[in-house]
Structures are given as structure tokens and as C-alpha cells.
Ligand binder design. Structure first.
Ligand SMILES: [Zn+2]
Length: 297
């Protein structure tokens, strides 16, 4: 019973992303963000692009099967005929499967924990992800921070430990007040939380506070999923994470079981967040698993 619940829990978000890319012809939309920076939406986790005459810097890669549509969407940008640098914000396949098509010929950069996960077959809550071939694995890894340069901009890559996973990096283009958050930010919806690979709800909130403290108020923020956002939407997401953690923690302290917590659901203030691919009971279970693991540490 427990096993079945877990696999359903995993399949809900992944299948939603997988099927949307699989069944419909991929509709990849190019959204101008600022200067040479664009966002691509529609075939997996949102991609950020920095256009440069010498080739693109691409942040995340969606799925291999939408690589043709991605290339088509960026081909008219300066340097749009080639990806020079590919950044992976974290290991999940809706951000890295496209490495197989877009990675060969590019320098792939990721956090060191991400390369370790991508180099081996992974089982996550009942789902399987195959190891990437050698030419799709990160060529350059780092542990804390790294800078890259393109399109006249400095591009800072910074690791924020124990958030959505334990390999999340955030990409800052300070000169343009643009940030790509990867899956540390799902705009307007409950997120997935990868507890098995170091994700932690309370640490996630603390990391978002560090980021929010550093961002100018008029920043443009590319989320891992959902539409382009500003600081207000990121603050709302941070508040939802903190409220969810408090809601579940209180009930755990009162001796409630996971089933009881799921059955009680979320208050009206949190219910609009259930309109994405992650429904309230699944989200409450992820929060519960995170708090349970942290308590056992
Ligand atoms: Zn993810």
C-alpha cells in the first residue's frame, strides 16, 4: 500500500511533464526577458538562453525529444545556430534529458552532485531514469560558485544546498537583474520536492530568504515551471513553502498520522497552489517525508 502510494506520488508530476511533451507536437515559446536573455517554455522545465554571436549559453535542456523544436525557436537569435555552454540547474530529467541532443559540442556545466546522479541509473520513488551517455554528462562541475561570460554579461552560478534537491544552482545575471531559479521556484503551483536526493523543506525556505535578500525589487525571475515572474511571486512561493511546513509540523507534533494529515488537506489560503500538476495530498506527503527525515537526522 505504502509502495503504491509512493509510486503514484512520483508518477503524477513526472507523467504530467512527460505526456505533455510526448503527446502534443512540442509548442516551444520564446519569451524575451531582458537584453540578450530569453526564456523557452513548453517542453519540460523552463530554459533560459543568453544569446551571443559566438554561440548560446543555454540554462537547462528540457527533454531530448523536443530538442528540434528548441533549436527552431532559437535559430534567429545571435549565435542561435549553436549551443556553446549548457548549464544544468539540477539533475531531474525534465531539465537534463535534452543534454543528449544539445550537449555534444557544448561545454556542459553543473553542480558536482548533479553529475554524480546523472552518471548512474536512478530510481526515484518508483520511477526510473537511465544514466546519461558520456557525451551528455557535465564536462565541468563545481561545489559552490562559478562565473561564465557571454552576451556582454557576467553570469554567476551559485549552489544552494538542500532545497528542491541537493544539487540546485541558481543563475544570476546581475547586470540585467535577471535570475534563473531552476526548480527552486515553481511559479504559482505546489512543487516537487526530492527528499531522497537531499531536498529539504525548511532549508529550502532559508535558501530562498538568502536569495530574496540579495535581489533588487524589480528583478525578472525565470522559474523552473510556470510563467516569468517578479520578486512578489517568489515571495509568495516562499510563504507557501513556509506555511506548508508549519501546517504539517503542527499536526505531526499533535500525533497525527500521514493519512490524517493528507485527509485534513490544506486551508483555503493554500488551495490555489494545487492548480498545477501537484495536488494537495501529494504535496503534504512530500512535506511530511522531508520533516520526518530531518527529525531522524
Ligand atoms: Zn526538478
Amino acid at each position: 500500500m505504502k509502495r503504491k502510494a509512493l509510486s503514484v506520488l512520483f508518477l503524477v508530476p513526472c507523467l504530467a511533464l512527460f505526456l505533455s511533451a510526448q503527446q502534443n507536437p512540442p509548442q516551444i515559446t520564446l519569451v524575451p526577458v531582458a537584453g540578450p536573455v530569453y526564456m523557452l517554455q513548453g517542453g519540460g522545465g523552463n530554459i533560459g538562453v543568453v544569446a551571443d554571436d559566438t554561440g548560446l549559453i543555454m540554462i537547462d535542456a528540457m527533454f531530448e525529444r523536443v530538442a528540434g523544436a528548441i533549436r527552431e525557436a532559437v535559430k534567429s537569435l545571435p549565435g542561435g545556430d549553436r549551443v556553446r555552454v549548457l548549464v544544468n540547474t539540477h539533475w531531474h530529467s525534465d531539465h537534463t534529458d535534452g543534454n543528449k541532443a544539445l550537449g555534444p559540442g557544448a561545454v556542459i556545466i553543473a553542480h558536482e552532485n548533479v553529475r554524480a546522479l546523472l552518471a548512474k541509473d536512478q530510481t526515484l520513488m518508483g520511477g526510473q531514469t537511465k544514466a546519461l551517455p558520456a557525451n551528455a554528462l557535465p564536462d565541468v562541475t563545481f561545489s559552490d560558485r562559478l562565473a561564465a561570460y557571454a552576451g556582454g554579461e557576467t553570469i554567476r552560478l551559485v549552489h544552494f544546498p538542500h532545497a528542491h534537491t541537493d544539487g540546485d544552482i541558481v543563475v544570476f545575471l546581475d547586470g540585467l537583474k535577471v535570475v534563473h531559479m531552476g526548480d527552486m521556484f515553481f511559479n504559482g503551483m505546489f512543487p516537487f520536492l526530492d527528499v531522497a536526493n537531499g531536498g529539504d523543506i525548511d532549508s529550502w525556505v532559508r535558501q530562498l530568504d538568502i536569495i530574496l535578500d540579495s535581489l533588487p525589487g524589480d528583478s525578472m525571475i525565470i522559474p523552473g515551471h510556470g510563467p516569468l515572474a517578479g520578486v512578489a511571486e517568489l515571495k509568495a512561493f516562499r510563504g507557501m513553502l513556509a506555511d506548508s511546513a508549519d501546517l504539517v509540523r503542527k499536526q505531526m507534533k499533535a500525533g497525527k498520522t500521514l493519512d490524517e494529515i493528507k485527509a485534513a488537506g490544506v486551508p483555503e489560503s493554500l488551495s490555489p497552489w494545487a492548480n498545477g500538476f501537484m495536488k494537495a495530498p501529494q504535496w503534504l506527503e512530500l512535506v511530511y517525508r522531508s520533516l520526518e527525515k530531518a527529525a531522524g537526522r
